[in-house]
Design a protein around this ligand. Structure first.
Ligand SMILES: [Zn+2]
Ligand SMILES: [Zn+2]
Ligand SMILES: [Zn+2]
Length: 302
């Protein structure tokens, strides 16, 4: 069975999996977007009804279409092909949508593909980087088919997610696109991923700054941000901020002064800006702000 046929036969449900690279055209709708990072792709925009809405054409800097994601876009502005992912399509029931022969083949192939990536991110045998990039691209295409997506996301758990989040830098752009698709398309995976991301934010910021940009997909979503408060996200961000800042200052004559900016200093400045951006996303949400500014017991009281 061909890939196009497999995609055609799956139900028209869930979020749009269109991803773009930089400088592609997309649309903001000031009446439908839930924050100013949300956009709709060309296809979805023209199929949806935005009559009388205030819209803007923009050039993208990466990311995905938000059509079908009610945490980013008003459902009234979804196109007819996308909607909030029904729970059954993000569960083991999604496997029933796959033709049995495809399911058998995918189950046989998947462990080998995942183990190849595991081995590369642990050992980084440079000669295999092209092969592993291709594997990640295949796994990303799996993510565009509902049943195959479940099969892959079910295998992405704890330590594997953490190891893949800090890959060798050559692999980082492909890994970012891979995670982006699964975060966007599977609410179940997004919850699991956001916890691991939040608990390891300093490590990701230091070792894989390209993947830190995934935070915009997580921290700008109110339910995710509030949920992460239980995982002490604010403490982790503030602690990371402090650690990076400590590396940028030195004590001279009893005073703390900024170090002269060297090449490594420049990297640390970028890390500092990245983590400040994360803090900004989190403080967007009033329950998070409330904890910072009012709650006396908070270790992160501002
Ligand atoms: Zn779209
Ligand atoms: Zn759509
Ligand atoms: Zn609209």
């Amino acid at each position: 069975m061909r890939e196009a046929q497999l995609k055609e036969e799956q139900p028209k449900a869930g979020v749009c999996t269109n991803q773009w690279r930089s400088q592609e055209v997309a649309f903001r709708c000031l009446d439908c977007e839930l924050d100013n990072n949300c956009v709709q792709c060309w296809d979805c925009f023209f199929k949806a009804n935005h009559e009388g809405h205030e819209v803007q054409v923009i050039r993208t800097v990466g990311g995905t279409c938000d059509c079908g994601d009610p945490s980013s876009w008003d459902p009234k502005g979804f196109c007819p092909e996308h909607c909030e992912t029904p729970a059954r399509l993000d569960s083991v029931e999604a496997l029933d949508l796959l033709p049995p022969v495809i399911l058998i083949q995918a189950r046989r192939l998947l462990p080998r593909l995942l183990e190849e990536v595991d081995a590369f991110v642990k050992g980084a045998d440079e000669t295999r980087s092209e092969q592993v990039k291709q594997i990640l691209e295949v796994l990303q295409r799996f993510g565009e088919v509902i049943g195959l997506r479940f099969l892959v996301q079910d295998q992405l758990q704890g330590n594997r997610i953490l190891a893949w989040l800090t890959p060798p830098s050559k692999l980082a752009p492909v890994m970012e696109r891979f995670f982006l698709l699964y975060i966007q398309a599977s609410p179940c995976f997004k919850r699991r991923f956001s916890k691991i991301f939040a608990q390891n934010i300093h490590k990701i910021c230091k070792e894989a700054p390209e993947l830190q940009s995934l935070s915009v997909q997580l921290f700008t979503i109110p339910e995710v941000a509030v949920d992460l408060m239980d995982d002490h996200i604010l403490e982790s961000v503030v602690e990371s901020l402090q650690r990076i800042q400590d590396g940028l200052v030195e004590t001279k004559n009893g005073l703390k002064v900024l170090k002269e900016i060297s090449r490594t200093g420049e990297l640390e400045w970028n890390q500092l800006l990245g983590i400040l951006q994360d803090l900004k996303y989190l403080l967007y949400h009033s329950p998070v702000c409330h904890t910072c500014c009012v709650h006396r017991g908070s270790r992160c009281r501002l």
